[in-house]
Design a protein around this ligand. Structure first.
Ligand SMILES: CC(C)(COP(=O)(O)OP(=O)(O)OC[C@H]1O[C@@H](n2cnc3c(N)ncnc32)[C@H](O)[C@@H]1OP(=O)(O)O)[C@@H](O)C(=O)NCCC(=O)NCCS
Length: 192
């Protein structure tokens, strides 16, 4: 199901009826050592970890209408990554995050997807700020946080390891100078 659409991406919800199929589609991303470099020390996720992640996305979407949506390239029709909003493990604050298949890096797609996720969060839900965390060595991610208008707040222990913690308020989002094209949102549920 397409939840949102940007210029080059469709952002799909996970299918609760076909978890095995979803794991198959997600496996090339979650087992890619380049993708996992700053997420799991380059170690591929296990089948159990992938299943747990997808089940968590389904639960979060059902409860909050927030999750890391699947990114489908409109050009290739391929599943090329994930991006969205979910509660940060340690604080429950809405966290924006992104992973892309390496062949899709460097084209501005993570910026496009994250901008859509932020637009959805700030304009269609009651969220008043969004945070993001990354290990400081993950320069592509911290650069992306800056591009989105997020500011570095503090160092933060995420799952026990040091991360850079960024945030943006709804007010700062609304006041930013460059406004990306808003996403087309297909399935609006009740606001949270
Ligand atoms: C983070 C990630 C999604 C970025 O994807 P992307 O397609 O390159 O993102 P974009 O093209 O939208 O923007 C990336 C920006 O970071 C910059 N960048 C990329 N690599 C960089 C690096 N090593 N150092 C500094 N900046 C870098 C790009 O130049 C671009 O900025 P610009 O538009 O000002 O030139 C991708 O690298 C990825 O999937 N990484 C693995 C998963 C991951 O680590 N996720 C985050 C966990 S916190």
């Amino acid at each position: 199901m397409t939840f949102m659409e940007t210029e080059r991406l469709r952002m799909h919800c996970w299918d609760p009826e076909d978890i095995a199929g979803e794991i198959n589609a997600f496996r090339p991303i979650a087992t890619d050592s380049e993708v996992m470099r700053f997420i799991n020390n380059g170690i591929p996720w296990t089948e159990a970890r992938m299943r747990e992640f997808i089940e968590k996305q389904l639960r979060q979407f059902a409860a909050l209408r927030l999750c890391y949506w699947k990114l489908i390239s409109k050009d290739s029709n391929e599943f090329c990554g994930i991006c969205g909003l979910q509660p940060l493990a340690e604080t429950g604050e809405p966290e924006v995050g992104w992973w892309l298949t390496p062949s899709y890096w460097g084209k501005g797609l993570a910026t496009e997807a994250a901008s859509a996720a932020l637009a959805y969060g700030f304009e269609q839900t009651s969220i008043d700020h969004v945070v993001a965390v990354a290990v400081p060595e993950n320069r592509a991610s911290t650069h992306l946080m800056g591009k989105l208008g997020m500011t570095h707040e503090k160092d933060f222990l995420h799952y026990g390891s040091p991360h850079a913690f960024y945030s943006i308020s709804k007010q700062a989002w609304a006041a930013r100078a460059v406004k990306p094209t808003p996403p087309r949102i297909d399935h609006l549920g009740p606001s949270i």
